[in-house]
Design a protein around this ligand. Structure first.
Ligand SMILES: [Zn+2]
Ligand SMILES: [Zn+2]
Length: 303
C-alpha cells in the first residue's frame, strides 16, 4: 500500500516524519473536539455542593492551559469553542480510555461536604491548616525543589515588620538587644554597613548568617534562606517556643549579635512554618481542583 494510506500512528516509524505531521494536522481539522467552559461550570454546579470547589474552579478556568499541568496533557489549546482536546484523543477508544482513567463519579466523593459541613473535607481543612503545624516535616519532605525555593524566599518587608513586633510588643527587648536583632536583618538587606567588632567577630558573624541565608542572593526586597537549613531553623523555633513556655517569667535578651541572630531565626522560623503549611495546603487544593476540572471536562464526552 502507498505510504499515505497508512494510519497516522505508523508514521512514527516512517523514515519521512514530515508526512506524519501532515496527516495529523488533517485529522485534527476533521476531528477536533472541544468542550465549552460554560458546560464545565454547569456540570460543576450540578455535581458538587462545596462552594469552595465551585469558586476555585471558576478561577481556575480563567488561567492559561499551560499553567494547569494535568489539563495540559489532555488539552491542546483553547479557542472560542472552549477547551480543544489533543489529537491523540480524537478516536473514540482513546477518549474512553481517558474517561476510564479519570472517572468523574469516583472523584466527586472527595468534593462533597461531609455531614453538616458546608465544604468538602479539603476545603474545610484549609481553615484549620495551622493546627497541623506538627506535621511540617512530612510536608516539607514531599515538596518539590521549586516549591521549597519559593517558601525560602522571604519578603523582606514582612520579615522586618515581624521582627519589629517580636522586639517590641511581644518581648519588649531593650534598645541594645533590639539593635542586635535588627543588625542581622540589616546585614542581609543592605550590603554596606559600617563594620562593628573585631575582624574575627565579623568573620564569625558572617559565617553564622551564611549558614542559614544566601547572603549574596538576599537583597532589599527579599531574603533567601538556604532550603536545606529550613529544618534546623524550624527546630530552633520549636525549641525556643518550648523554653519560653517553661520560663515565661524570664525577660528576653539578645546581648550579642550572635544572640540577635538567634532571635531573628525564631521569627524567620515562625514565618517559614506558616509558609510551609499554607504552601502545602494550596498544592493539595491545586491538585484536587485540577483533577476535578479534568474529570468534568472528560465527562462531557462520556455520557
Ligand atoms: Zn471543596
Ligand atoms: Zn536587653
Amino acid at each position: 500500500a502507498p505510504a499515505s494510506l497508512l494510519p497516522a500512528r505508523s508514521a512514527q516509524t516512517s523514515p519521512h516524519p514530515r508526512s506524519g505531521g501532515w496527516q495529523a494536522r488533517v485529522m485534527s481539522n476533521v476531528n477536533a473536539i472541544s468542550c465549552p467552559k460554560e458546560e464545565i461550570l454547569r456540570r460543576l454546579q450540578r455535581e458538587t455542593t462545596c462552594s469552595s470547589c465551585c469558586s476555585a474552579l471558576r478561577v481556575m478556568i480563567q488561567r492559561p492551559v499551560r499553567e494547569l499541568n494535568l489539563l495540559d496533557s489532555f488539552v491542546s489549546h483553547e479557542d472560542e469553542t472552549g477547551y480543544v482536546l489533543k489529537e491523540d484523543l480524537s478516536s473514540q477508544s482513546a477518549l474512553e480510555d481517558a474517561c476510564a482513567k479519570f472517572p468523574l463519579q469516583e472523584w466527586l466523593k472527595n468534593c462533597q461536604p461531609l455531614k453538616r459541613d458546608k465544604r468538602c473535607p479539603m476545603h474545610t481543612n484549609s481553615r484549620h491548616i495551622f493546627n497541623s503545624a506538627d506535621l511540617w516535616e512530612d510536608m516539607w519532605a514531599e515538596m518539590s525543589s521549586s516549591q521549597k525555593t519559593c517558601i525560602c524566599t522571604v519578603n523582606a518587608e514582612e520579615l522586618h515588620d515581624k521582627l519589629w513586633q517580636h522586639c517590641t510588643d511581644k518581648h519588649h527587648l531593650c534598645k541594645d538587644c533590639r539593635n542586635n536583632v535588627m543588625w542581622a536583618f540589616d546585614k542581609l538587606t543592605k550590603k554596606d554597613l559600617p563594620p562593628v567588632g573585631s575582624e574575627a567577630e565579623q568573620e564569625a558573624e558572617l559565617a553564622s548568617l551564611q549558614a542559614y541565608f544566601d547572603v549574596d542572593k538576599s537583597k532589599e526586597g527579599s531574603i533567601c534562606v538556604h532550603a536545606p537549613a529550613l529544618p534546623t531553623i524550624l527546630y530552633h523555633y520549636e525549641d525556643t517556643l518550648a523554653e519560653e513556655s517553661e520560663n515565661s517569667s524570664k525577660g528576653r535578651h539578645a546581648p550579642t549579635r550572635q544572640a540577635g541572630l538567634s532571635e531573628m531565626l525564631c521569627v524567620v522560623g515562625r514565618l517559614l512554618l506558616r509558609k510551609v503549611l499554607t504552601s502545602y495546603q494550596s498544592s493539595l487544593e491545586e491538585e484536587q481542583n485540577q483533577q476535578l476540572l479534568l474529570r468534568l471536562l472528560l465527562s462531557h464526552f462520556h455520557e
